[in-house]
Design a protein around this ligand. Structure first.
Ligand SMILES: CC(C)(COP(=O)(O)OP(=O)(O)OC[C@H]1O[C@@H](n2cnc3c(N)ncnc32)[C@H](O)[C@@H]1OP(=O)(O)O)[C@@H](O)C(=O)NCCC(=O)NCCS
Length: 147
């Protein structure tokens, strides 16, 4: 069973390395690398506010598998996911996403999740579909899951 825990200050550097990895950025809408100081400012803000929830999902041994972020607005949250680069392509994506959604639901009354996925990001499209998201706007790559 996977464990989704809220990110802490000590995760700042790891999250930076995973998020800034070229294989991660390649799938983002903004592909530009970011500096560590910029990341640190963003990370500190995120972990101190309550409308963004950043989860680190780990395997039963405590090895990190991926990061899931929820940007919450009232009863809706936008989801962002990336796995640790060397954990990709092994079927962890949907399990990581499900583990984080489960924790989010225990914490907040969220009824709708949405995600924007580039259509060419086949692995991501498949993962969101497997996790119960439905494509609602093909061109915008918008996926929604009702909880
Ligand atoms: C997207 C991501 C979360 C997917 O998780 P994953 O564990 O690597 O995905 P999986 O190994 O379970 O693959 C999912 C499916 O896509 C398929 N797939 C993967 N890459 C593919 C490709 N290039 N072409 C076609 N199918 C592909 C897999 O075969 C699998 O298919 P199946 O479910 O029918 O078996 C992960 O790869 C990742 O972090 N990518 C970088 C960041 C990113 O893209 N984030 C999402 C932004 S919206």
């Amino acid at each position: 069973m996977l464990v989704a825990r809220i990110a802490e200050e000590s995760d700042c550097e790891s999250v930076y390395l995973w998020r800034n990895h070229p294989s991660t950025r390649a799938h983002f809408f903004n592909k530009d690398p970011i500096s560590f100081s910029e990341h640190k400012r963003w990370f500190e803000k995120v972990i101190s506010q309550n409308h963004t929830l950043l989860y680190i999902v780990e395997d039963p041994k405590g090895d990190p598998l991926g990061v899931v972020r929820f940007d919450v607005e009232i009863n809706c949250a936008e989801v962002h996911i990336y796995l640790v680069p060397d954990k990709r392509g092994r079927g962890y994506g949907v399990r990581v996403l499900d583990a984080a959604i489960e924790q989010l639901m225990l914490k907040l009354p969220i009824y709708t999740l949405l995600s924007k996925v580039k259509p060419e990001n086949v692995a991501s499209v498949k993962v969101f579909n497997k996790a119960g998201f439905v494509e609602v706007e093909v061109e915008a790559g918008l996926y929604i899951k009702k909880l």
